[in-house]
Ligand binder design. Sequence first.
Ligand code: TYD
Ligand code: MG
Length: 448
Amino acid sequence: MFFCQNCGFESSKWMGQCPGCRQWNTFVEEQVVTGSISKGIKKTQREEENRPWSLSEISLEEEDRLSTGMQELDRVLGGGLVRGSLTLVGGDPGIGKSTLLLQVCRNLSLDEKEVLYVSGEESLKQIKIRANRIGEFNGYLKLLCENSLGTVEEVMRRTKPDVVVIDSIQTMFHESISSAPGSVSQVREATGVLLQLAKGLNISIFIVGHVTKEGTVAGPRVLEHMVDTVLYFEGDRHASYRILRGVKNRFGSTDEIGVFEMASEGLKEVHNPSEFMLSGKPEGESGSIVVCSMEGTRPMLLEIQALVCHSSFGIPRRQTIGTDFNRVNLLIAVLEKRVGLTLGNCDAYVNIAGGIRIQEPAVDLGIALALASSFKNKPIDDKTIAIGEVGLSGEVRGVSMIQARVQEAKKLGFTTCIVPSVNRDAVKNMDGIKIIGVKSVGEAIGIL
Ligand code: TYD
Ligand code: MG
C-alpha cells in the first residue's frame, strides 16, 4: 500500500498529490502486515472478555487514579493518571516533553511505583545529565535505551511496571514491518502493540509524539484515535512558560490547561496563571485592556493589546496573534458600522500578550475596546476589566460563569468590571468591585 507520510492517507496506487491533505510527493510504499502481529494478545484478551457485561457488574476499583505529583498535569488528565491508559504527549522539539515526563517518572517512583522510561532518542548518559538537573532519583525508576519494540514488549511483560514512558513513538520500530521507523505503518503498528500492552497488563503508558510543521502529531491521525488521551505541550520557545492542553480525553474534560514554567531545574508548576500572564502589562498606554477567559473551570486574566495606525498602502493590513483572525475582522466591521469608528483605512494588529491562544467569544468586548482605545489613542483605566461577547449588531451578549470571572478580577485587585447587562444581576451583590452592565459596544466605549 502507499501511505501519505503527512496525514496517513492510504491508497493502493502511487499519487503525486495526496487527496487527503493536498501535499505533494508524500506517498511512500509500505508493506502492510495483516493479522499476524498482535493476534496473540488479542486472543487471550478475547477469552476473558467475550461475554457482554451489565453495568452493575463492572467495578470501578481498577479505575483508581495515580497522582503524577504535579497538580497541573493531574488536572489536565482529569484528576490523575488512569491505570491502563495510553496517553499521547505531542509538542514541538525542545519544548520540554522529555523533561516533563522524566519529572513525572521521578514523582511516581518516589511514590514507590515501578516506572520504566524507554528512550529511543537519547543515551543513558544524556538522560542522566537531565536527571541531575531535575533532582534526586531512587531505584524504582528504570531506564532503557531501545528502538526495538519487540524488546520493549518483552521487558514490559517480564517486569510489569506500573507506568511506562516511550520517548518517542517515531523512533520505535517493529521487526516484522519493513518500513523505516517514523513511517506511518510503523507508528501505527507500534501504537497498536502498546495499546494492547496497556489494556492487557494494566500499565499506564505515556507516548511522546513529534509534531509536524502543521502542528499535528507526525504520522497518521489514527494515532489520535487509538490512544485514550492526547495532550499537546505548547508555548513560545522564547518565553519560559509552557501550556499543556488536553485535546482528547476519555477520562475527563478536554478544556483544562496546565501551566508550567521552564526553569534551570526542570519544569515548575504555575498555580496562578493570571498573575503570571499580566506580569508585563504596560501602564497608562492606549490599546491595552485586561479580559477574563475561562480555561475549563479556571478563570484566567489576560491582557489584550491592539495597535491601530494609518495604513500606508491601499489594502489595510490586519494581523492577529493568539486569537482568531476572522473574529477580529468581524469586530473591526462592527466598530466601523455600529460605533462609527472609521477603521477602514487603518492597519490593525491584535495580540494576546503572553503568547497564549484564546478562542472564547467572551473576550470579544475586550478586543473591541482595545481597538477603539488604540484608534482614539486614549488609554483605558488599568484597574478595569471587560467581559462579554459581541454580536453583529454591536450588542453585548451574556457569557457563562460570570461569578468566577468577576471573583478572579477582584482577587487580583481590579476595581471596575464591565459586564453584559444580562449578567449584571448575577454579580451585583459583590462588594469591593464596581460592576457596570452594558448593552452595546458603543455604550461601553462611552463609559470608558
Ligand atoms: P526537552 O525535554 O529535551 O524537549 P523535548 O523532549 O520536547 O524535545 O527540553 C529541553 C529544553 O528544555 C532544552 O532547550 C533545555 C531546557 N531545559 C531547561 O531549561 N531546564 C531544565 O532543567 C531542563 C532539563 C531542560
Ligand atoms: Mg525529547
